[in-house]
Design a protein around this ligand. Structure first.
Ligand code: DOR
Ligand code: ZN
Length: 425
């Protein structure tokens, strides 16, 4: 195993130092290290972060390998600075059995570019009718701890209660896609001024807020851990603030796109901007940014949702919702938060690792710590070129935008997965 001596790097924004990586761990830190056998990387001007952890990634395998595979998604993740991703269960077949989650986990190990932690479905086939075999998935080789019907809401309160009760036994968490389905029937975009102007059926904020309010009460009642996926409205932030003040064990995520883009994008009728939950108003964006800084929202999660060209480049009404995220998330976070490295490390690595129970991730580079880390060039700017993305899909909303920051290298257990901004394989 090659040793790496990373020279002159700022660890999470601190004063420049050297990092020696050997045998999968950070062996030493400090100025002026020597290691004759190590490959030297000059990291002057670069920032080292704990490898990013994505709690919300759609990898599409099994079933839609034309849109993404575990391998292509893993490569996109590594290029985005990630060392672990949680793979959502809405594959085909659905990841609702030990067999399917083990298959995804094994494919992740074979690709070897990031740790792929499968998420298990809450209900059989995501149908919202019967609980899936949560215990069998938890006991499987994949050691599932996060359960989610993402893409669908667990709308039945009794099922949601039972899922919350069940996962308590192994300190699991239910990640809810908060969308009251009766309130979003036929919805095409955020319900508001713009939807009225365009004559498109709206997805009202209250459809999200009502489910979050219900579920924080359920989580409090049964004393379980609840996670809210892709929070998108100012009202949801207020519900979460209230729940957290009461001591409810709830965590929440926001996506890069909900931190940057608004429902005005729908006026282009370009389906690349169609996503679920939909892009909201500028006031929502402001509230989400403030909540992320404050900690009412715990993490940034990508909701990386690759879609094949025929599912995306069609009329708005027929296009699938979702956008790519893994290869641009750090740049968007840098754009939105500025160079607040400790905050970025917390929201994109440490906190998601804690929520997912990924003990070897989310740790700042320090002697003895597993060498899962990423090196960022904050001064670089890049133009997003869809054809150059590692993802099999092209549905990025940032095409040809100039974004700050570039991932220079990523290490997984001491082995580079990205060097010089390129995937090693
Ligand atoms: O936009 C979305 N796309 N939202 C979801 O909840 C699911 C996801 C997907 O699977 O494409
Ligand atoms: Zn979702």
């Amino acid at each position: 195993m090659t040793a790496y001596l990373i020279r002159n790097v700022s660890v999470v924004g601190g004063a420049p130092t050297d990092l020696l990586i050997r045998d999968g761990v950070v062996a030493e830190t400090g100025a002026g290290l020597t290691a004759p056998d190590a490959t030297v990387l000059d990291a002057t001007g670069l920032v080292a972060l704990p490898g990013l952890v994505d709690l919300h990634t759609h990898l599409r395998e099994p079933g839609r390998e034309d849109a993404e595979t575990v391998e292509s998604g893993s490569r996109a993740a590594a290029l985005g600075g990630y060392t672990a991703v949680c793979a959502m269960a809405n594959t085909s077949p659905v990841a609702d059995t030990a067999g399917v989650v083990e298959q995804v986990w094994r494919l992740g190990r074979e690709a070897g570019l990031v740790d792929v932690q499968p998420v298990g479905a809450v209900t059989v086939g995501l149908a919202g009718e019967r609980l899936a075999e949560l215990g069998a998935m938890a006991d499987s080789a994949a050691r599932v701890r996060i359960f989610s019907d993402d893409g669908h809401c667990v709308a039945d309160p009794k099922l949601m209660r039972r899922a919350l009760e069940y996962v308590k036994a192994f300190d699991g968490v239910v990640a809810q896609h908060a969308e009251e389905p009766r309130l979003t029937e036929g919805a095409q975009m955020h319900e508001g001024e713009v939807s009225t102007r365009l004559g498109l059926t709206g997805w009202p904020a209250v459809a999200e807020e009502a489910i979050i309010a219900r579920d924080v009460l359920l989580a409090e009642h049964v004393g379980s851990r609840l996670h809210i996926c892709h929070v998108s409205t100012a009202g949801s932030v207020e519900v979460l603030r209230h729940a957290k003040a009461r001591g409810v064990k709830v965590t929440a995520e926001v996506t890069p796109h909900h931190l940057l883009l608004t429902d005005e994008k729908a006026t282009t009728y370009d389906p690349v901007y169609k996503v679920n939950p939909p892009l909201r108003t500028a006031a929502d964006v402001a509230a989400l940014r403030a909540a992320l800084a404050e900690g009412v929202i715990d993490i940034v999660a990508t909701d990386h949702a690759p879609h094949a060209v025929e599912d995306k480049e069609c009329e708005w009404a027929y296009a699938r919702p979702g956008m790519l995220g893994l290869e641009t998330a750090l740049s968007i976070a840098l754009d939105v938060l500025g160079p607040q490295w400790d905050l970025i490390a917390e929201r994109m690595s440490r906190a998601p690792a804690r929520i997912a129970g990924l003990d070897s991730h989310g740790l700042d580079p320090a002697p003895g710590v597993p060498a899962n880390l990423t090196l960022v060039d904050p001064a670089a700017r890049r133009i997003v070129e869809p054809a150059e993305l590692a993802s099999r899909s092209r549905n990025t909303p940032y095409a040809r935008m100039t974004l700050p920051g570039r991932i220079v290298a990523t290490f997984l257990r001491g082995e580079p997965t990205v060097l010089d901004g390129k995937a090693v394989r």
